[in-house]
Design a protein around this ligand. Structure first.
Ligand code: SF4
Length: 348
């Protein structure tokens, strides 16, 4: 029991990082699959989760992470895999360069770092697909080193808490955010701090409905104090999405679909998709009996695809065509657009 003298004494002020650490111990996420790994493969599992989480919600990542780790439990297994196997397990997650880089980096680790992820920030950053924040997350979560992170969620927390002006990805703003992150390192419990910051950004300090009422740093949050939370982080001007028409020949029977492996310089490099033409005339020139079936809209980050699907009995003039069993489609890495096309096809 505290004595009455203790109660009258002013509370010892605790730092920003300590508040986040305390909150993490009480409320942070501790049951995610990659948090359960111990031992030599922990850095690999943390790295994989960080790469998957870059553009994807936790709930979806959990499913993909488990499948990926079952297929490639160790970094050595990933390095030994074929790129097509890796992409097949990534199918549907999007941003496939993440998977290609992961695979390349695993091979470099086997060749140059005794099949482990280096325990060094600069060596991590030198690997394909690992930026400064991902490297720092690996250093702190896997190796418990006090390296500050600055991912999308943390940028939002810092921009609001410290009232940082400017669009967060602009170099001058980013520089300021990194300086603040450096100045608020957590030395005693770096892993708990990093996880806590990520969780706080993802669950409390959300884009549209921040839960300031239960936030552990609410008392000193500048955006909260000034009532300007909705204005931070400041917005970037919207990039206009370009519309692109794709003309696709679809050849299916009850069980199969004709697909080709797309070249390195196309949309969806190294993924399987029905043959695509840039315009209707060139499609009809090679497939004069093609019949327009339906059109659909498919959105990517910077492009809105208008996909015009033509039925053909047989695809011609494509040496790379494979007649793929639709039930085994997941063995052929493919973009989500293919699933949309096949669903629409079934509904017609
Ligand atoms: S007080 Fe509100 S705006 Fe400030 S960091 Fe917490 S949740 Fe975000």
């Amino acid at each position: 029991m505290p004595s009455s003298t203790d109660l009258n004494r002013p509370q010892k002020s605790i730092s920003f990082s300590q508040r986040v650490v305390q909150w993490h111990h009480q409320h942070g996420r501790k049951n995610l699959p990659w948090q359960q790994t111990t031992g030599a493969e922990k850095p690999y599992h943390v790295w994989l989760s960080e790469i998957m989480l870059q553009q994807t919600q936790v709930i979806k990542v959990i499913e993909y992470f488990d499948r990926f780790i079952s297929a490639f439990p160790t970094l050595n297994d990933l390095a030994a895999a074929d790129e097509q196997q890796v992409l097949a397990l990534w199918s549907g997650l999007g941003y496939y360069n993440r998977a290609r880089n992961l695979h390349k980096a695993a091979r470099i680790c086997v060749d140059q770092h005794q099949a482990t992820l280096p325990r060094d920030l600069d060596q991590l950053i030198a690997l394909p697909g690992i930026g400064r924040s991902t490297a720092a997350a690996i250093m702190s979560l896997a190796y418990n080193q006090p390296e500050p992170i600055m991912d999308g969620n943390v940028k939002r927390v810092f921009a609001r808490y410290f009232l940082v002006d400017g669009e967060p990805n602009k170099s001058s703003t980013l520089k300021q955010l990194w300086q603040l992150a450096e100045a608020h390192r957590e030395i005693d419990e770096p892993a708990a701090y990093t996880q806590g910051l990520m969780d706080l950004g993802a669950t409390l300090c959300s884009k549209t409905k921040p839960r300031c009422d239960v936030c552990p740093i609410t008392e000193s949050c500048l955006a909260k104090a000034k009532g300007v939370i909705a204005d931070y982080p400041q917005k970037k001007r919207k990039v206009k999405q370009v519309e692109v028409d794709l003309f696709v020949v679809l050849s299916v029977d009850q069980q199969h679909v004709a697909l080709e492996l797309r070249n390195e310089h196309s949309i969806w490099p190294s993924l399987w998709f029905p043959p695509v033409f840039a315009d209707k005339d060139s499609l009809l020139a090679t497939h004069p009996n093609a019949k327009k079936h339906f059109s659909l809209t498919h959105k990517l980050t910077h492009r809105i695809l208008q996909i015009h699907v033509f039925n053909v009995a047989q695809v011609v003039n494509h040496p790379e065509i494979k007649w793929v069993n639709i039930e085994k489609l997941e063995q052929y890495p493919h973009p989500k657009a293919l699933n949309h096309i096949l669903n629409q096809h079934d509904n017609h």
